[in-house]
Design a protein around this ligand. Sequence first.
Ligand code: NAD
Length: 529
Amino acid sequence: APTPIPTPPPVKSATSSVEDTVARIIAEMGGSKPAPAADATAPFSQGCIVADGMVTKSAGEVNCSCCERGDCALSGASVSLDISDEEAVVLGDGVFASMDEAVEAAAEAQRQYLFCSMAARKSFVDGIRDIFLDPAMLERISRMTVEQTGMGNASDKVIKNRLAASKTPGIEDLKTEAESGDGGLTLVEYSAYGVIGSITPTTNPTETIICNTIGMLAAGNAVVFSPHPRAKIVSLLAIKLINRKLAALGAPANLVVTVQAPSIDNTNAMMAHPKVRMLVATGGPAIVKTVMSTGKKAIGAGAGNPPVVVDETADIEKAAKDIVSGCSFDNNLPCIAEKEVIAVSQIADFLISQMQKNGAYLVRDAAVIKKLEELVLTAKGGPQTNCVGKSAVYLLDKVGISVGPEIRVILIELPKEHPFVQEELMMPILPLVRAGDVDEAIDLAVELENGNRHTAMIHSTDVRKITKMAKLIQTTIFVKNGPSYAGIGVGGEGYTTFTIAGPTGEGLTSPKSFARRRKCVMVEALNVR
Ligand code: NAD
């Protein structure tokens, strides 16, 4: 009799066996189950995140597997962004008592984040944008920053915060490169560093937190912030708001963290923590040098002293207007703002008169200049902190001159050696230096930029001279015929960043600056040409 053919055991589908294998391997490694793959047809394709037995989901999310099973832990969760100033400094929502706790929590969050889909990342980034695009929220954090730091003006900070929320690039910045051939298929992909330590300045506290959070999360990282102590409450508020929103969107808890009491000691602890894989310093030369000396991968976004050259071919009326607007933006706090004018002699007087028409107050009296020096300079010749980011009206009042709010800039003609020309003052005192011709003006601009590779401007219609200056000055941002802020996307094309990394060379940072290029090689397959 013929031998009966045995019935084969039931086979699992290829997909489920791959999923099971991945889940088993991750479980063996002590990890969490990955989020389900994004479903392009679903109205919301983020999927759920399952961590240590807890299921989290996006509020209102549909078509995710736990939702279908009816065991969503956060079903119907809604986000409350109603956090008072007092609550901002209370522990919780990403605010920790010690740096060690903050870094450990961020490291765990990043491990879970590895298994979130790209659609999830995008939804988290979009959620962060939404918080800060709300006009009432923009108004609140901008006003709070001015009150707490005593620097800048709220209406310009609204523009800067809105810019950070709307024009910082997201996951679309991470473009995969592919090469295929007889040897198979190779991908080079942008992959997260892990936990990034981000040190933020007092001059752009919330702008930098918004911008760096978007860029760093888009690239798959978690972030530990070390805000400037003077901007503590508003910085902690921004971080808490981000945590609340991320929780409601089903993100791993503690992707964005900080400490209750930011300080130099805590910054040092953060820099030294072994689980912090990359450091990003947005601030003055000291902190940039410090992060570059740690032995870790560091991005340094440091000081500038942006010169603006005006030659005889420029539209002088427009140049005057642009220079006053750029120099007075947020009371000259931005590191990109015009810090000194170098004008070709032939047009210097006309330029000065046009600037006066546009809100510049010209100081010629040597006694007033001396009083201003005594007011705004320290014994070492640097800027007095209590004058940084103050308005022209305030500074003039301090030296006994009363002017109306139409005055936005204090214009003083000075020799190039003067500290107002050489130092980054970050207040609307704008020195003007004369040059014999445009070549001399360009050479002086290069000298005063001081190798920062930060920002420079020129007003000219001579493309050869514009090109010459661009080549010689080597700045990250070079604006032609516009105010400095066009270089960060206000009135100019292109994306924005509030971390402009001249010293370490990344330049205009974006998500790919916070990612490593990793190679994935499939041998002898997947080449279909
Ligand atoms: P800052 O250097 O005083 O402080 C920046 C940050 O570094 C703060 O969080 C501060 O607490 C920390 N810090 C400073 N020295 C430290 C030290 N020794 N140890 C540990 N932490 C330290 O700068 P600031 O006054 O807040 O900001 C203004 C400066 O930042 C200007 O020079 C400006 O040009 C620069 N800046 C640069 C960029 C850029 O993108 N390149 C952006 C904004 C500001």
